[in-house]
Ligand binder design. Structure first.
Ligand SMILES: [Zn+2]
Length: 140
């Protein structure tokens, strides 16, 4: 289960909206306790592909973000990216490029204007399973 505050949710969605018409991406840092992952900070990154259908995180920014997490005693929980015009489901490419079975892969769909949809997935051997997100203590 992934626990996300309203502020973190807003930060993810704002970065994704600002990135339109292209995909946007970023990292999530936080704390793992048993099966619970609690997000402590969102790190918006540049999509080097500048594409509405692909993303590539800037490795330099990625490195800086992970360094900032470590300074705070946090770990990398996973990442997020947006789907400007498709549903909040991992694409075949997303599944193929998901190498960490312990990571949370968040997808924000902006297909429906004014109604962003955020979902989280665990991806193992190319198979995606939705991970529950708890927003501000309330299940969504
Ligand atoms: Zn995708």
């Amino acid at each position: 289960m992934l626990i996300l505050s309203q502020r973190h949710y807003d930060k993810i969605v704002t970065h994704c909206l600002n990135g339109l018409p292209n995909e946007a991406c970023g990292l999530l840092g936080g704390i793992i306790a048993g099966a619970q992952k609690t997000v402590q900070e969102i790190y918006p990154l540049t999509n080097l592909d500048h594409s509405p259908e692909h993303f590539a995180m800037d490795p330099k920014e990625q490195f800086q973000a992970v360094k900032a997490m470590r300074t705070n005693g946090w770990v990398l929980l996973g990442n997020f990216h947006s789907h400007p015009s498709t549903p909040a489901r991992p694409s075949e490419e997303d599944k193929r490029l998901a190498f960490d079975p312990g990571a949370s892969y968040l997808i924000v769909s902006l297909a429906e204007q004014g109604n962003p949809v955020l979902k989280s997935f665990n991806i193992q051997n190319g198979v995606a399973a939705e991970e529950k997100i708890t927003l501000n203590g309330e299940e969504q």
